[in-house]
Design a protein around this ligand. Structure first.
Ligand code: BEZ
Length: 261
C-alpha cells in the first residue's frame, strides 16, 4: 500500500481506509503465509515491513521474535497498525531513508502500488539492508486483475475519461523484476509468477470501492456509482458464479533475493 503517486501526471492516488480495507480486503494479509514462509523471520532479527498496511502480517513477524518496523504511505493504515502496538511509520516507499540496519525487508501486496519508480524502491530496500540481507516479497504480477482492468478501462473510455493512463498498478513479469533486482545489487534466489484466482469476501462493487479509486475518480462524482455498476455488469459473466460468488483474477509475483555485497 505504500503508494508513492503524487505528481499531477500520475493517476489520482488511491485513498486507504482501514475499516473498509478490513471489510473487503482481509484476504490480502490472510493469503500472505507463503511469502512469510519465504521470509523465515528469526528471533532477534531486525526486519522492515514495506507497505505494512494495517499491520496484520507485521504482527506475525513480530510474533516470531523479530524487531519489526512497518512503513506505509497511508496514514489511516499506519494508525491501525499502531493500534496493534507496532512500530509503524508513515513513509513513502520510493523514498526509504534507512541505512544498513535491517537483516531483511518483507513486502506483501504493496510493491505494485509503487508504480512511478520501481528502481527507486529497490534501491531504498538495498540501502536499508545490512550486507547479505534478504528481500522477500509478493506483489501483483504480469496479467494480475486483467479482466477487471480491461473492464475499468473500457468503462472510462465509454465515459470519455481516458483509460489506460488511469492504471495505477505495476505488475511486472518475472524477467522484468529479476533484472531490476539484479541491477539493484541483489542476487535472486527465487522468483515465480503464480496464478491465484481469489474468492472475494464481499463482491465486485466492494473490491472496486476498495482498490479502483484511481480509475473512478477520473469521473465527475455524480457519474461514479453508475460507472462502477457498469464495470460490475461487464465482469459478472466471467468473475461471478451462479451462486453470486465473485473471484478476483489475481496473479502473484513472489520472490526471494539477497543483497550481493
Ligand atoms: C494485488 O494485491 O495483487 C492487487 C491489489 C489491488 C489491486 C490489484 C491487485
Amino acid at each position: 500500500m505504500a503508494n508513492s503517486q503524487s505528481a499531477t501526471s500520475s493517476p489520482p492516488a488511491q485513498s486507504w481506509q482501514a475499516d473498509r480495507y478490513a471489510r473487503h480486503a482481509h484476504f490480502v494479509p490472510a493469503l500472505g503465509q507463503p511469502v512469510l514462509d519465504l521470509l523465515e523471520p528469526r528471533a532477534g532479527e531486525r526486519i522492515l515491513d514495506l507497505g505494512c498496511g494495517d499491520g496484520v502480517l507485521t504482527e506475525k513477524i513480530a510474533a516470531a521474535g523479530a524487531a519489526v518496523v512497518g512503513v506505509d504511505a497511508a496514514a489511516d493504515m499506519i494508525a491501525a497498525a499502531q493500534k496493534r502496538g507496532l512500530d509503524a511509520r508513515v513513509v513513502d516507499g520510493a523514498r526509504l531513508g534507512f541505512k544498513g540496519e535491517f537483516d531483511a525487508v518483507f513486502s506483501n501486496a504493496a510493491l505494485h502500488w509503487m508504480k512511478d519508480d520501481p528502481d527507486a524502491v529497490i534501491a531504498g530496500v538495498a540501502r536499508a539492508l545490512k550486507p547479505g540481507g534478504r528481500f522477500a516479497g509478493e506483489m501483483g504480477g504480469h496479467g494480475c486483475v486483467a479482466a477487471i482492468t480491461v473492464a475499468l478501462i473500457a468503462v472510462l473510455e465509454r465515459h470519455g475519461a481516458g483509460g489506460e493512463s488511469a492504471v495505477p498498478w505495476y505488475f511486472p513479469t518475472a524477467d522484468d523484476y529479476r533484472a531490476r533486482l539484479a541491477r539493484g545489487g541483489f542476487s535472486v534466489e527465487y522468483i515465480e509468477l503464480i496464478p491465484r484466482p481469489t474468492p472475494l469476501p464481499t463482491d465486485m462493487a466492494g473490491w472496486l470501492d476498495t482498490f479502483a479509486e484511481p480509475f473512478l475518480r477520473r469521473l465527475p462524482a455524480e457519474e461514479r456509482a453508475n460507472a462502477r455498476d457498469e464495470v460490475v455488469a461487464m465482469l459478472r459473466p466471467v468473475l461471478c458464479d451462479e451462486a453470486g460468488r465473485w473471484t478476483g483474477d489475481y496473479i502473484r509475483l513472489r520472490f526471494l533475493a539477497r543483497l550481493a555485497r
